[in-house]
Design a protein around this ligand. Structure first.
Ligand SMILES: Nc1ncnc2c1ncn2[C@@H]1O[C@H](COP(=O)(O)OP(=O)(O)OP(=O)(O)O)[C@@H](O)[C@H]1O
Ligand SMILES: [Mg+2]
Length: 618
């Protein structure tokens, strides 16, 4: 009989290995967010389209990668985070296997842009199915942006296994929250299909919890805090009256890593004991810090399960700490334990991490997969907070449980909430509010809290986009008939395209009629398009429309609205009169989502007076 065993080709082997790490769009979200955290970013933005099936992109302002590292980062077992066996016992970073990017690149199309502070240009890399398609220099700010497009495009069977958009988006939000919750000193945002779902300003853990889980927890959190030589625990539990019928708002983090542990959950539930109804679940967000040597993180590919060297002591500690906290807030009737002495006498505290354990890890398959040859170059830890970042703080402070809204709807997530959020801001801009144009690009507006700087082009893009949305939704823009209708001749492909767009264009105030032979007559345009310029406006709009690549999965209509808003927006460089500025600012703050362009760029930034005072030592 002939031999039948064959080695799998690299790309298939990679796809199989990737299966453990990347199961769904949310897995990529987790990996990319964690990489940004590891890169010491202070701002991390997550953008998803089509529940991550079309796009998962994470943009950070972290330390970035050199040209070689950028390319190397996609190799399997390439990491800058551990170098030798000793490091495995002191893991302080979220990543350490060097598998995430390799896995993502095996099952999707990836575009990476990265630049280190010390370098003048960044690197752009395009990878398809683990194969580098393009690498070239790119101009950019310090940091990294990784876009994963069309997940499982090359593994249709897995693509078919993905759940509905609302369900996949829920997974994404869960992962986002888990990372955002454990790093309150990092700014995070999440934009889904152009709508900003979360905007989490930097703050304390308590503020972050309230930002994510909702204002109703504001006065209902009990602080948990215990320290010992063996481990520390800190965080918050909800007062018993906030317990819910569904498990959900329960988070455990060990050394800042979200973990699932039925065992530790049991410990907390035990502390609440008779204080809550049997079938209800208290909220908790608890952080356990202990020597990494007392943990094995490498028991599960997603690192969400860990093994404690001594589980019992952790259980006892957690339960005691929560009981203690509840007792101190006079919620639990008695203080029936002495935390420290109980804990300190337990065996595990005096027992150091054993030599046997070290040698067993040394021979594990994980350790063996690290070879010097495959390791990415060490990336030094240079980037510190830039001074201005301290000062910068976007206005939006959403304190509602957006998370809950997501449970019920996919696309229209936070629209209603955002609407009410901004009425307050809107009212602050009065008719006589002083404003000033700067560099023909920015409008500076004073408000009660300080001042805001508006980017005129971005702001106008948002205004037009919302106006157009309303137009196609049944409030058509009125058409100004041309006195001297122009004709335009187009290439065949553009004719096909334009024909498809005609009905929507009509809603948007463009009255075009096919005239045969690839020609259209422009019978009318919206009032704000200059007479004589109609033809150019339409040509430019078509150009922009074609720039939206198909794989972004926007509907035709959505692409049309975006193209038109982009094309029609007043550009930076245009001088504006006081009247024009006023109406622009007022229109902006009547928008449903005034703070970002349809593509997620900020439209304005707020500067708070108290922060200015602080800067000047007042
Ligand atoms: N956003 C980023 N900024 C800077 N460097 C990054 C970023 N993402 C990845 N890297 C670099 O690429 C390497 C590979 O990343 P990858 O996520 O594949 O592995 P890892 O984070 O080391 O380990 P793990 O597989 O456990 O996540 C990292 O070790 C890091 O050096
Ligand atoms: Mg990683």
């Amino acid at each position: 009989m002939p031999d039948i065993i064959q080695l799998l080709p690299d790309n298939i082997a990679n796809q199989i290995a990737a299966g453990e790490v990347i199961q769904r769009p949310a897995s990529a979200v987790k990996e990319l967010l964690e990489n940004a955290v590891d890169a010491s970013a202070t701002e991390i933005k997550l953008v998803v389209n089509d529940a991550g099936k079309a796009l998962v992109q994470v943009i950070d302002n972290g330390k970035g990668m050199s040209e070689t590292d950028a390319r190397m980062s996609f190799e399997r077992h390439a990491t800058s985070k551990i170098r030798n066996i000793e490091d495995l016992f002191h893991i302080k970073t979220m990543g350490f296997r060097g598998e995430a990017l390799a896995s993502i690149a095996a099952v999707a199309q990836v575009e990476l842009k990265s630049k280190k502070e010390s370098e003048t240009t960044g690197t752009y890399i395009e990878i398809d199915n683990s194969v580098v398609k393009k690498q070239e220099p790119v101009a950019m700010e310090q940091g990294t942006s990784i876009a994963m497009k069309n997940l499982f495009f090359n593994v249709p069977a897995r693509r078919n296994f993905l759940k509905s958009n609302p369900s996949e988006l829920r997974h994404i939000v869960d992962e986002f929250i888990r990372v955002a919750m454990s790093f309150p000193d990092i700014f995070f945002s999440l934009t889904s299909n152009g709508q900003q779902v979360f905007h989490l300003d930097r703050g304390t853990l308590k503020q972050r919890i309230v930002q994510i889980l909702g204002n109703n927890y504001n006065a209902k959190l009990v602080s948990v805090q215990e320290h010992s030589d063996y481990m520390n625990i800190y965080g918050f539990v909800g007062k018993p009256e906030t317990a819910k019928k569904t498990r959900g708002d329960q988070y455990f983090f060990v050394n800042n890593r979200f973990i699932k542990s039925a065992y530790l959950n049991h410990a907390v539930m035990g502390a609440f004991d008779s204080m809550i109804a049997k079938d209800s679940f208290p909220m908790y967000t608890l952080f356990i810090d202990l020597d990494p040597a007392q943990l094995d993180i490498n028991v599960h590919p997603t690192k969400q399960e860990i093994k404690f060297e001594d589980e019992k002591i952790v259980y006892a500690f957690v339960q005691s700490a929560v009981k203690h906290a509840l007792a101190q807030f006079s919620i639990s009737p008695t203080l029936d334990f002495e935390l420290d002495s109980n804990i300190q006498h337990l065996d595990a505290i005096s027992k150091p991490f054993s030599e046997e354990k070290k040698s067993s890890v040394a021979s594990s398959s994980l350790y063996n997969t690290f070879t010097q040859k495959n390791q990415a170059h060490f990336i030094e830890n240079k980037s510190e907070l830039k001074h201005w970042r301290d000062f910068y703080e976007p206005v939006s402070k959403d304190q509602r449980p957006l998370k809950d809204n997501l449970r019920s709807s996919d696309e229209t997530v936070s629209n209603n909430n955002t609407q009410s959020l901004y009425t307050e801001k809107r009212q602050q801009i009065q008719d006589d509010t002083p404003m000033q144009q700067m560099h023909f690009a920015y409008i500076v507006v004073q408000n009660d809290a300080g001042f805001i700087v508006i980017h005129q082009q971005n702001a106008h893009e948002r205004i037009l986009y919302e106006r157009y949305m309303k137009a196609v939704d049944g409030k058509p823009i009125s058409i100004q008939q041309s006195l001297f209708p122009q004709t335009m001749e187009l290439a065949t492909a553009d004719v096909v395209l334009l024909n498809e767009l005609l009905p929507d264009l009509h809603y948007l105030g463009y009255h075009l009629e096919p005239f045969g032979n690839n020609t259209f007559v422009i019978q009318g345009t919206p009032a704000d398009v200059d007479q004589g310029n109609e033809k150019m406006a339409i040509e430019k709009m078509l150009e922009q429309y074609k720039h939206f690549s198909n794989d972004l999965k926007y509907s035709k209509r959505e692409k049309l609205l975006r193209s038109l808003a982009w094309q029609q927006a007043i550009k930076a460089g245009k001088q504006l009169s006081q009247k024009e500025m006023k109406s622009l600012v007022q229109d902006l703050f009547t928008c449903t989502m005034p703070n970002i362009t349809p593509n997620g760029k900020p439209t304005y930034t707020a500067f708070k007076k108290y922060e200015l005072d602080r800067m000047f030592g007042r």
